[in-house]
Design a protein around this ligand. Structure first.
Ligand code: A3P
Length: 294
């Protein structure tokens, strides 16, 4: 059967993460750590590949050293007997790039104390919900999502792994000016403008945040290599090496659609009204806005 989730401070997390919680909370960050932070399905794999391409100066061979989900230790990941995310990070030389889906309130305090750099990618709630639903259908190590209408209610209630989408984005949005946070949107990343001079060039923003400047040629190489179609066919990005017993991509591929607005193919009119009503209440008082279609 599928595993159940555990809970930390009201946030659902995998049981194995809950079991290791003390060790995760006492994680020792280093001042030169870069932490990639996302709500699940917001484009984690995509930003990981972009960051890696920038850090490796576009060297494709170096970027293919390991599947992208293994290149950056996943802080709260714990599945004994394999080394946990904490152990992988401890064994890694500096400067480290790490990954987390944790909401602000659950982040190991050391990251704040060490004044690390945080790269947050946010994706609109409706597309996150749809993507998460399909992910839970095919991933055997997370709970079965059940039928869409039931999943819809669970997501709205925040009863999914890593908790409510709303609190996650609001939490990271709130800390962004007090800490070194680059806050990006999946929807902006889809609007590719491959000129290093363009202030809306999201890849260039990431590069500058990492202290690098991309010339036109390198920028175009990164845009191409991290496009959905290329990543979908890249065995080091598409998780094709993961056994079917863990991820059955015949049910839904990991690189599923990679678009903005697929929620329209899933939400009924009534669901959309209910969702927006609830969304308005939960997002009241924040100036954080999302693009729901391109
Ligand atoms: P969809 O299910 O909507 O297709 P994560 O990596 O955080 O788990 O996010 C997965 C989502 O990001 C999936 O969304 C996946 O298709 C999408 N994605 C992955 N690589 C992408 C890329 N290069 N461009 C656009 N979307 C991408």
């Amino acid at each position: 059967g599928r595993p159940q989730l555990g809970e930390v401070e009201g946030i659902l997390l995998s049981q194995s993460t809950c079991n290791e919680w003390q060790r995760i909370q006492s994680f020792q960050a280093r001042p030169d750590d870069l932490l990639i932070c996302t709500y699940p399905k917001a484009g984690t794999t995509w930003i990981q590949e972009i960051v890696d391409m920038i850090q490796q100066d576009g060297d494709l061979e170096k970027c293919k050293r390991a599947p992208v989900h293994h290149r950056h230790p996943f802080i709260e990941w714990a599945r004994p007997p394999q080394p946990s995310g904490v152990e992988q990070a401890e064994a890694m030389p500096s400067p480290r790039t790490l990954k987390t889906h944790l909401p602000v309130k659950l982040l190991p305090p050391s990251f704040w104390e060490q004044k690390c750099k945080f790269l947050y990618v946010a994706r609109n709630a409706k597309d996150c919900m749809v993507s998460y639903y399909h992910f839970q259908r095919m991933s055997k190590v997370v709970p079965d999502p059940g039928p869409w209408h039931e999943y819809f209610e669970m997501f709205m209630a925040g009863k999914v792994g890593w908790g409510p989408w709303h609190d996650h984005v609001k939490g990271w949005w709130k800390v962004k000016d007090m800490h070194c946070v680059l806050f990006l949107f999946y929807e902006d990343m889809k609007k590719v403008m491959p000129s290093p001079q363009d202030p809306k060039c999201e890849i260039q923003k990431v590069a500058q945040f990492l202290g690098k400047n991309l010339d036109q040629e390198l920028l175009e190489k990164i845009v191409y290599h991290t496009s959905f179609d290329v990543m979908k066919d890249n065995p080091m990005a598409n998780r094709s090496g993961i056994p079917v017993s863990i991820m059955d991509q015949s049910i839904s591929p990991f690189m599923r659609k990679g678009t903005v607005g697929d929620w329209k193919n899933h939400f009924t009119v009534a669901q959309n009204e209910r969702f927006e009503d609830d969304y308005e209440k939960k997002m009241a008082g924040t100036n954080l806005t999302f693009c729901m279609e391109l």
